[in-house]
Design a protein around this ligand. Structure first.
Ligand code: NAD
Length: 386
């Protein structure tokens, strides 16, 4: 596989998610960081890009300059990652797709369902790839969970329990801190805070491992801290199209919880449990049997898990390696398109613009439901309703 040129928008110095992308994209040597508009401040962005080894003529002051500069090059970037604040994702992603670039967009993909529908349509018209960074679906043992469900080890899936509950916004005295306040400001974040920020990761995992999509949902939102207009805690019940139900809890006020992401799947033949803070172990209990700990890197896992593992059994792999699996999938799919061959089918499980759209529909549905006393609402995007 020839090395691919990669660019980043956002993810500047001091950003939360930028470093994880750079570690992940660089891990397997598939991508070379060739261009960037890394910061909202052009001078800071250029200076940091050069510090990271980007050539001065590809260290851009803003994304529009980058689009123009890269469009005119023979060695233009093969993939651009959009890691800017949420309200900018739609405009940047659409512009790059329309100009023939593949995009990996941070979540949430857009601010509205309509924008998300438009991105899906733009992807279709462009023939380009648009992935959305539900990076936790890149963990080897999450992929193994999905493989076990798909090959029937659990039988029919009855229930999925999904959580993303942390405690980092629990201090009422700190609620006015500007670094936290914007996250609960509808003008900057849209109609949902915690569900849109974290809940959709948990829901994506539930959909990913069960192989079933959300059909309808009922949501209960609270603002545990009075000064907040948007929710900092939500409980959501979701009915899936294959007949299973998701019980989803997301919170920012769960004091003592750290990242707090996990998923359990209960089927007629057994149950699986996985927690992101211990991602190398998967707990499997067959009905009537004892619990077995499946270790990442063991020789008898699925091809999906094998492909997503790098270091040997007993050595921890963590979040940047999960994101690296999304990048490895994209490298395979982009390279296959360039070489005119069919990609490895195991690389096709990266999250797509359709997943981004489903999330936006779920957010709107949850907001409507929560404001209507938990009434069941259609969770599907308009374009995906039978
Ligand atoms: P952040 O505020 O820490 O960093 C944002 C970066 O983008 C900064 O460097 C800023 O200067 C830059 N920026 C802002 N506007 C820009 C513009 N117009 N052009 C170029 N650069 C610009 O934010 P963050 O926490 O890193 O979040 C960024 C995105 O990543 C958000 O959409 C967030 O939801 C998402 N995120 C995803 C995950 C995940 O697990 N997938 C985790 C954290 C954040």
């Amino acid at each position: 596989m020839a090395r691919l040129n990669w660019g980043m928008i956002g993810g500047g110095e001091g950003s939360q998610i930028g470093p994880a992308h750079r570690i992940s994209a660089g891990l397997d040597g598939h991508f070379h960081l060739a261009a960037g508009a890394l910061d909202v401040d052009p001078a800071r962005g250029k200076a940091y890009a050069e510090k990271l080894g980007i050539a001065p003529d590809r260290a851009y002051g803003n994304w529009r300059e980058m689009l123009e500069g890269e469009s005119g090059r023979d060695d233009r970037i093969d993939l651009v990652t959009v890691a800017t604040p949420n309200s900018t994702h739609y405009e940047i992603t659409k512009a790059f797709l329309e100009n023939g670039f593949n995009v990996l967009c941070e979540k949430p993909m857009t601010m509205t369902v309509e924008e998300a529908e438009d991105i899906v349509e733009t992807v279709r018209n462009s023939g380009k790839i648009c992935a959305v960074n539900y990076g936790y679906s890149g963990y080897a043992m999450v992929r193994h969970m999905r493989a076990m469900v798909a090959r029937g080890d659990l039988g029919k899936v009855r229930l999925v329990k999904a959580e993303f509950a942390h405690g980092f916004h629990a201090d009422a005295a700190d609620a006015d801190n500007p670094r936290i306040r914007w996250r609960y400001d509808p003008a900057q974040i849209g109609p949902s805070a915690q569900f849109a920020d974290c809940g959709i990761h948990a829901l994506h995992l539930a959909n990913f491992v069960s192989g079933q999509e959300s059909q309808s949902l009922s949501a209960d939102f609270i603002s545990a801290i009075d000064s907040r207009t948007l929710e900092d805690d939500a409980m959501v019940n979701v009915r899936l199209d294959g007949g299973a139900v998701v019980r989803l809890w997301t919170s920012a006020v769960a004091v003592g919880r750290m990242h707090g992401l996990g998923v359990q799947v209960f089927g007629e033949k057994g149950g699986l449990r996985w927690e992101q803070e211990h991602p190398n172990q998967l707990y499997w209990t067959p009905v009537g049997g004892r619990t077995e700990i499946l270790e990442r890197g063991a020789p008898d896992l699925s091809p999906e898990a094998d492909r997503a593992s790098r270091v040997t059994i007993g050595h921890a792999e963590g979040m940047p390696l999960a994101f690296a699996n999304i990048y490895a999938d994209l490298a395979e799919v982009i390279s296959a398109a360039k070489e005119g061959r069919t990609p490895d089918p195991v690389a096709m499980s990266y999250p797509t613009a359709e997943d981004g759209l489903r999330s936006m529909a779920a957010i709107r549905s949850a907001v409507d439901s929560a404001s209507g006393n938990g009434a069941w609402t259609d969770a599907r995007p308009p374009s995906m309703r039978g």
